[in-house]
Design a protein around this ligand. Sequence first.
Ligand code: ADP
Length: 489
Amino acid sequence: MRFQSIKFEISFLHTAVLGIILVIYSSVFYFISNAFFRKIDQQLIAKVKAVDASISAYKAAMGEGPDVLAKAVQKTFDMKNEGFFAGDLKKVSRDWLKQAQTLNVFKDYINFYNKNSRESITSANFDKALLGVFVEDIYFKKDLPYRFKTLKIKKKYYRVITAPSSMTPAGEYYIQIGSPQDPVMERLRNILYSMVVILPLVLILTSYVGRRQAARILAPVHQITHLANTITSQDLSARITAKHFDKEMGSLVESFNDMIARLEKSFKHIEDFSHSVAHELKTPLTIIKGEADLLLRKERSKEEYQQALKIVLEESERVLKTVEDLLLLAKLDYQPEVFKFEDVDLIEFLEEICEQSRILGKKRSVSIHLNTQTITSSLRVKADKLHLRRLFFNLIDNAVKFSPEGGSIDVAVFIDEGKIVTSITDRGPGIAQEDLARIFEKFYRLDSNTPGNGLGLNIAGSIARVHKGEILVNSSPGAGSTFSVILPA
Ligand code: ADP
């Protein structure tokens, strides 16, 4: 589903966050600037009222006469002190001047308009060229007590108020005041307007950039998905090759490649292993089949039957041993929890093993010596007795097997760097350097004629690992071999 994709989520989040920020920002901006403009408009209302009141006051002070309204307007616009002898006019002009000062109307453009005669009386500063623009607004039908408009005249901004005058007859006279705007305020207003246009554009752009970025970041994920779909156990050679990843994606790709490499190695191992197992079982089974075939071909003597059955029995034992060893290995490698550990006195344990091994050695007159001289107190280890015995038997069995007739084997126990070491040294043919690395592999034998299935050392190594220990070999051709079992104290 499209909306559940990370790409969509990233771009949506991008846009949403920016959108929220912009909306908050614009709202704050809008409210602040609005407050400013309202204040300006409020001042303009006060000015219009004051001008209207001043015209009324002048008109009243001047009494009846021709053009008295025009004169009152003019006096208001002139903003002059009427001097000492002007009677009522003096008070009116003094009051108006004071008010004009407080309201700061000196720089404003003021227009008194007669809608019937279409005549204007303007303040002295009024640029006549602007008049048309001002007056236009009066004919803009809308019945409100005050109307505001921002005009741009010769690159300057004016806030203009248009209001009906209180002069009679009603609806005939209008007062307009245009107040030059603070340039900063004007800029604010412009920004506010441009935001309305820019905001959606920014959001569209952010959404686009977000999508592009997400697509770039997630490109390796697509590659991984594609690769994962194509990988089979037959072909694990594929790797992700694209470069220039972000650090996180880089390590994901690296881990993925490493994982495939490990799987490839494991599959190869399993393949080799199955091959070895098949090979190992094939030989004895072929022999068994061959013997049976031979026997069935014609009637045989009792001795011949016995001889053949002996071979069948031996080969069956070989098959059985290999299968048992493989089952044990599976247990050692994959179910270490089935082992039962107990407190074992190692010296006592080894004495017993050596005693039993001597029976093995006797056949070839190989003697076995146990040396525990450096150990003064009893040595106790946590061990699964059954399997630890198997480990030592495998090593001693090999030592006996490879010792010359009448040779001797030394089993020594000592402590080295806080660890318990049991070394088994024989005086056999020794092992070449290149083979040392391989003798612990499953089914590996230096010489295919040596008896055994080549699993003994692998089993011993696994048992050592289950006991948190290891087996080290020291050997060179002609100089015998020493296998050291190292166990934690
Ligand atoms: P197996 O279970 O058949 O005895 P191992 O895994 O114990 O096999 O040993 C693998 C091979 O390592 C042996 O076939 C032999 O070639 C070599 N090897 C093991 N122990 C010794 C030793 N003490 N001296 C010389 N070669 C040895």
